[in-house]
Write a protein that binds this ligand. Structure first.
Ligand code: AMP
Length: 416
């Protein structure tokens, strides 16, 4: 199937062709006709599947047609995103797709000057991409008029709930026209997501391109069992020995991100960390250095990494597993984007095995942790004194034969 078969206007087709998109992705194939038809959509699509274009292309077409028939000053589409990085990225996508169209997209997020955003709004705005907090501020201060809104998009709705935006979202919804089209995108689904979608959507068309809660199909996933205090050494070893040039690494905490960055810098790897304590300017600089190849390893917390879209990012490493299993799906979705392949490596210490169990349950897949020679977990260290035992004959034999390679065996059984 081609873009031409999707009833898209020739100027949109020309633009995606210029961008090198040869065919629509599955989410685009499924969603574009429904969005064009005006129906509400509830879509299960993770990041990297081309979901932004799935709503951006038909929205641009609708706005362009509306503008041709009536000269309207109204904000016609509102896209809510959980983080400023994602907001910037969605806005950049709109700009990319609407080159040569007289459509104005504005982005508004917290942590940056509201005056600059207001100035942009004053110059005219057809589509607004915003994070909930800043949008609410604009609404409450009566600085924005959303009465002419035709379409609301909730992007990464699951993440918005995780980040505690539900109250903000409900307050925003009260200020939007009731008669509108709503498009609801979420990478994962749970009861809270269904409850929110029910309150928002009107006879939606359900679109699922991947089965729910699945990990990106083109991402190879490897789990290394390793002691906590050996993780940074193993990471530097992998990056150095395999000559990885662009690696995105996840830690659970900001402090953890900074400490790991220091360790890796000591190992001679150009590393930077981004997290919520860094200013927007600093985050943007680090990200562009990473994209330009000046920074080899980028360490990020889950929140800071939202919206990072790097073409050809092949390597994602979980230095620590996330407490929330759904974050695992989001993390590894940073690679294997739009059809490229990727490798996601998770470094798992003994005490994290319960988190691995949660991930396995969510994605419906069982992983076999591997040992990397030279970084095998210290069995004496990881077992409680009660459980500590002499190695079995099989283990002694494997050790004597040097059979501690990944394929040789998995570490001791995980607790279930
Ligand atoms: P998204 O899932 O929206 O974050 O998109 C992931 C990446 O896929 C972005 O870099 C897009 O530019 C790219 N992309 C979107 N649609 C297509 C397509 N039909 N063909 C090739 N790349 C695409």
């Amino acid at each position: 199937m081609s873009f031409a078969s999707l009833d898209l206007h020739p100027y949109i087709i020309q633009r995606v062709t210029e961008l090198g998109y040869s065919a629509p992705t599955p989410i685009q194939l499924a969603a574009i006709p429904v969005v064009l038809s005006g129906k509400d959509v509830m879509a299960g699509a993770q990041t990297g599947t081309g979901k932004t274009a799935a709503f951006a292309l038909p929205l641009l077409q609708k706005i362009q047609l509306a503008k041709q028939s009536k000269d309207s000053e109204d904000i016609q589409a509102l896209i809510l995103t959980p983080t400023r990085e994602l907001a910037q990225q969605v806005h950049a996508s709109f700009e990319k797709y609407s080159t040569n169209l007289p459509i104005k997209s504005v982005v508004a997020y917290g942590g940056a000057s509201i005056n600059v955003q207001l100035e942009a709004l004053r110059k005219g705005c057809d589509m607004l991409v915003a994070t909930p907090g800043r949008l609410l501020e604009l609404i409450m201060k009566d600085l924005i008029d959303l009465n002419g809104l035709k379409t609301l998009v909730l992007d990464e709705a699951d993440r918005m709930l995780d980040m505690g935006f539900i109250i903000d979202i409900k307050r925003i919804l009260k200020k939007l026209p009731e008669s509108r089209q709503t498009l609801f995108f979420s990478a994962t689904f749970n009861d809270d997501i269904f409850a929110l979608s029910k309150s928002l959507l009107n006879s939606p068309q359900l679109i699922e391109v991947d089965s729910r809660n699945t990990t990106a199909t083109k991402v190879e996933q490897t789990i290394y069992a390793v002691d906590q205090d050996r993780k940074s050494a193993l990471l530097s070893f992998l990056i150095g020995s395999k000559n990885w040039q662009q690696v995105l690494i996840f830690t659970r905490t900001k402090l953890g991100a900074d400490e790991l960055a220091k360790e890796m810098q000591k190992d001679g790897i150009a590393t930077q960390a981004i997290h919520g304590d860094k200013s927007q300017g600093a985050r943007d600089r680090v990200l562009s250095d990473f994209k330009a190849g000046k920074v080899r390893a980028l360490i990020a917390t889950d929140v800071a990494a939202r919206g990072i879209d790097i073409e050809q990012l092949h390597y994602v490493v979980n230095h620590e597993l996330p407490y929330n299993a759904e974050d695992y799906i989001h993390r590894i979705g940073r690679t294997g984007r739009a059809g490229t392949t990727g490798l996601a490596i998770s470094l798992v210490a003994e005490k994290e095995h319960y988190l691995l169990n949660d991930i396995e349950k969510l994605v419906g897949e069982q992983f076999i942790p591997q040992w990397l020679p030279g970084f095998e977990p210290d069995l004496n260290k990881i077992m409680s004194p009660k459980k500590r035992r002499e190695p079995s004959k099989k283990e002694l034999r494997a050790k004597a034969l040097g059979l501690t390679s990944p394929k040789a065996k998995a570490p001791k059984k995980r607790r279930r």
